[in-house]
Design a protein around this ligand. Sequence first.
Ligand SMILES: [Mn+2]
Length: 345
Amino acid sequence: MSYATPGSRRTPVRQLCDRLRASRTAVLTTHVNADGDGTGCEAAVASWLRANGTEAWIVNPTPYPDAFRFLLENEDWVLPAGGRRAREVCGRADLAVVLDTGEVPRIGRVRSLIRDVPTVVIDHHPQGDRPIGGLSLRDPDACATGELVYDLILQAKGPWPAAAVRGLYVAILTDTGGFRFSNSTDRCHEVVADLIRRGADPEELHGRVYGASPMRKYRIMEKALATLENDEEYGLAWMTIPRDMYDRLGATPDDLEGMVDIPRGVEGVNVGLLFRTTTEGEVKVSFRSNGAVDVNEVARKFDGGGHVRASGAMLPGPLDEAIPKVIEATREAVRDTLFPGGVKA
Ligand SMILES: [Mn+2]
């Protein structure tokens, strides 16, 4: 079968599969500000485990995004991390499953809840400095964590509840930017073809994910576009989300999803960046590389990280001090990568 699990992944997949199937009560979590990959995997693993007779719950460090609630077979499986029920479930869980991150700081407040619970990690990010211990299935060659969860369910020979099929489709759809990014490999398409065979409806799911943006998202985009800057010499473009606008419109992090693709899409751009201030006055920056520059390395200079082509970091404010620092570090990375002999001719 062309969608068979790559050989290098088979042993951890088998181990993880056994471990998950042996669990009676499992807590699933993902990184702060969960995206389509994290939530899609949670929805998929929850339904698959429940179909196997495991009591599976979802406890995230930040609220489960409204935009991806449609993926859940049962919304009652999501427990707010601050609540009594999350504490109760984590107190008796025999397994915690961390999806789409493998780093301690990225699971925020959930860390203390699952401190005494045996933990496994399923993730496709390059390993960072503070990895979560325990059995893990990590492979940066996977297009999304959804691809690794697919391998797991394939290994288990199903079952394939509709919510699992849809969750994995959306996980892969969103992490490949709608099958546009370099991680849209042949295997990625083979897995997706299999998910379609198993009932995923591309038109319906694409519409749910990309065809239902609230009007406020476009109002923010309108303001953000007015801030778009372009450094043609280094191939950098960036824009800033105005905080007052963000607050006034009651925006959520979901509304900013994909916004960084605007600067990245400018002609001649090597790295696109998006800046915004958080409620705490910190500056959040998202990096997107068009290939040559490793933005995971750049983000790491500011204690952030992610992937080679997509990463993020958080800096102290104010914005007008943070932006020049980040732009300079990014220019340096462009210089080192593209013009190692010295300045551009
Ligand atoms: Mn991911």
